[in-house]
Design a protein around this ligand. Structure first.
Ligand code: ATP
Ligand code: MG
Length: 431
């Protein structure tokens, strides 16, 4: 019989990978709390219509990457390819996104896109998204960038990521620019690839985002959006840059940064790395002032950013970052039936007496020697030993595994007090 395998592009995250994921997740949770962003949990499945209306019909995602299917009642549903659409949908549906009200939210979870799987590009991947509603910026634009910059600092990744920013202006100024761009690319049609010719008809800005290296020269020489920019967007962009400079954030302006989704306007940004090959973007975001109204809400400005967790984890491994090490205090070795009976009860007693105690209790039996090997591999600081002798005398033997020191024999009645002081477990280490 053939063995079953996971779906192509959808990966298992095994316990051995988790120390890197946990490191990232804990850092993120701490930062969100520190900056005042609240968590939201959103469905994985939404109506297909939501993504068509928000992401845009002529985008890679909607054209060819969505996992869509008909529900049993015939309604088309889609596994979310990104989180902003669902977040805005939920905010409107629950009456939370209102003019003159600010909200700062975050969410995380699996996203699905039918792309060609390769390193750093999967069909199920995980994003953490941050969204701020009701704020015109550019101060909040800077805040999102500062939060992500602090994440790189906390994770030790500052040296391997670089910030690129751009502005897409208002929808009117983009419209004017679009005409210029169509004119230019039409004049150079013979130098475009098939994908770009198709985009030329429907979404010419996306040609600027092409990853085909042959197109680089023709894209480099294209008219710049900045020259068509409306006055208000120009001011917004220069204020953004001034604020970034004032707080010492390094960045480059990339005039070809347009982002893959239709809903962006004004500020767009990406954190890029040269350490992950072609999958260079680790986090990306931008302003989407028109989206709330476009999805049926009142006009409320907004900005958001999403971070690709697989890529950040890959970066942590690439630079040799220390994985998050879980502390283990005690490993309990119990040899014989009498020891097992007494030991299980003692262990529960100590868990009551010592909040925060991290104790591995040997399961599956085994000789003293085998149990000791497990104790050693467990990274526990102390072994607690219970054999026939100990049971008879109602004591336990405590043996240090990591540091020099004497073995101790302690009466059952005193064991939790002794362990507590040996381990130095205070109230602050219990969380
Ligand atoms: P790319 O240019 O690499 O295709 P994107 O512009 O499609 O990225 P976004 O939709 O902005 O990506 O998603 C935000 C982040 O999510 C990206 O910067 C990246 O880190 C991550 N990401 C996007 N698609 C994938 C994927 N298929 N597999 C793993 N991570 C992804
Ligand atoms: Mg993409």
């Amino acid at each position: 019989m053939s063995t079953l395998q996971a779906v192509r592009g959808m990966h298992d995250i095994l316990p051995e990978h988790m120390p890197y994921w946990s490191k990232l997740e804990r850092a993120l949770c701490d930062l969100f709390a520190a900056y005042g962003y609240s968590e939201m949990r959103l469905p994985i499945v939404e109506k297909t219509e939501l993504f068509k209306r928000s992401i845009g019909e002529v985008t890679d995602i909607v054209e060819k990457e969505m996992y869509s299917f008909d529900d049993r009642n015939g309604e088309s549903l889609t596994l979310r390819p990104e989180g902003t659409a669902g977040c805005v949908r939920a905010g409107i549906e629950h009456g939370l996104i209102q003019p003159q009200q600010a909200h700062k939210w975050w969410y995380s979870g699996a996203m699905f896109r039918h792309e060609r799987p390769q390193k750093g590009r999967y069909r199920q991947f995980h994003q953490v998204g941050i969204e701020a509603f009701g704020l015109e910026g550019p101060d909040v634009d800077v805040e999102l960038i500062l939060l992500t910059r602090r994440l790189w600092q906390v994770l030790g990744l500052s040296a391997v990521v670089q910030l690129e920013i751009n502005t897409l202006g208002s929808s009117e100024s983009r419209h004017a620019y679009r005409a210029l761009l169509v004119e230019y690319f039409n004049a150079h049609r013979d130098r475009l690839d098939e994908d770009s010719v198709r985009r030329l008809e429907r979404n010419p800005l996306r040609i600027l985002d092409s990853k085909n290296p042959d197109l680089k020269p023709v894209i480099e020489a294209a008219p710049r959006l900045y020259d068509s920019l409306d006055e208000a967007s120009r001011t917004h962009f220069s204020q953004l840059q001034e604020l970034l400079q004032a707080v010492g954030v390094s960045f480059t302006v990339n005039p070809h940064l347009v982002r893959g989704l239709d809903y962006y306007n004004r500020t767009v940004f990406e954190w890029k790395t040269d350490r992950l090959g072609a999958q260079a973007a680790v986090a990306a975001g931008g302003r989407y002032d028109g989206l709330v109204a476009q999805l049926g809400g009142k006009p409320v400005p907004a900005i958001g950013c999403a971070l690709g967790m697989e890529r950040v984890v890959a970066l942590l491994q690439e630079i040799g970052a220390a994985p998050l090490a879980e502390r283990v205090d005690v490993y309990m070795v119990m040899a014989g039936d009498a020891a097992l009976r007494a030991g299980l009860g003692l262990a529960e007693q100590w868990r009551d007496d010592i909040p925060g105690l991290r104790m591995l209790v040997n399961t599956g039996g085994g000789s003293f020697k085998a149990q000791f090997r497990r104790a050693d591999r467990s990274a526990a600081r102390w072994a607690v030993i219970l054999g026939d002798d100990e049971v008879r005398e109602q004591v336990v033997t405590l043996k240090p595994l990591r540091e020099q020191g004497e073995q101790l024999r302690v009466a059952w009645a005193d064991a939790s007090g002794t362990l507590k002081s040996l381990l130095g477990l205070t109230t602050s280490s219990m969380t």
